[in-house]
Write a protein that binds this ligand. Sequence first.
Ligand code: PLP
Length: 369
Amino acid sequence: MQVPYLDLRAQINSCRREIDAALAKAIDCCSFILGPDVLDFEKQFAKYCGVRHAIAVNSGTSALHLALLLLDVGPGDEIITTPYTFAASSWAISYVGARPVYVDINEATFNIDVTQVEKAITPRTKAILPVHLYGLPCDLEELLKIAARNSLPIIEDAAQAHGALYRGWKVGSFGKIACFSFYPAKNLGAFGEGGALLTDDSIFAERARLLREHGAAERYHHQEIGYNYRMEGLQGAVLRVKLNYLQTWTNARRQIAKRYSQLLADTPLRLPIEPEGSASAWHLYTVRHPQRDELKKFLEEGGIGSSVHYPLPLHLQPCYQFLDYNVGDFPIAERAAQECLSLPIYPELSDEQVAFVCSRIHGFFRNAP
Ligand SMILES: Cc1ncc(COP(=O)(O)O)c(C=O)c1O
């Protein structure tokens, strides 16, 4: 048996006919940039998340960039965020000339350690940018309290957390602004790049629409220096179809995660958790072990794909040397980077495949020195 780390084809096959029809319609209408499908997707995705406005853009990175522009963040400003995430969580901070101020993560959740956030606030802090890593909501209750106490907005990086719940509410509905990615491998993935900015604030929504479209509300009349961050019409058509499946797919991911947790409970692996009141979207199922590299190789030899998210925290990345962080500054994130291993998880993964992965992992620990 082979278990690829990711199998996008299996997902596409499950809704292929509807997508083909939606794409054909969009092509017939020549709606290639924004257009009716994107508009409809925006409405439905906003409704799904319980937020008033969704502005569809060409990537999650662009959504984060727009979020910082809406908050007028610029040179000299600081944004508190996590060093343990995909680099794009920090790109937008750098794009506007601000400084990412990192706070270490919580050992058990991989998310920003809320007990350390307030210490990092200075008069230059403009926002807190937590990431719901691997699909698991951050400790939003505590973050919202800190934000309120210090009059700071929260920007949720929900790029990995479509459909995740915190106290029964969808993530993306807690911050002043939330950003999603529809990169093909995400829980809700386009047939190319895609992203969305969500907000309840109508003024922000209007300005985000302006900025994503060359800063022009009226063609060739540019109120602001803008960007070409528009979502393509064909991506809107694909996402509109796939959104109908998102809840079913999320439920399937939850079942798979549950199965992994049952079957791996008696191994030395440290397993992912869901704190009380949180329901992960299980974008990734990431375990931890000091012999991560050996385990990864052993799985690979058995025809099982796995992946490392992420091997180097952002404060140690070459591009961020100028921030002057050092090894040891964020020890929990640094250790997680050495130990984490993401196992295959996607809605189409069969019970047999999950059992096969787990038996191979048991085999590894039986043979381990
Ligand atoms: C946590 C996180 N933030 C931001 C992004 C950026 O999204 P995109 O690749 O759509 O630009 C990603 C995804 O790739 C991500 O995983």
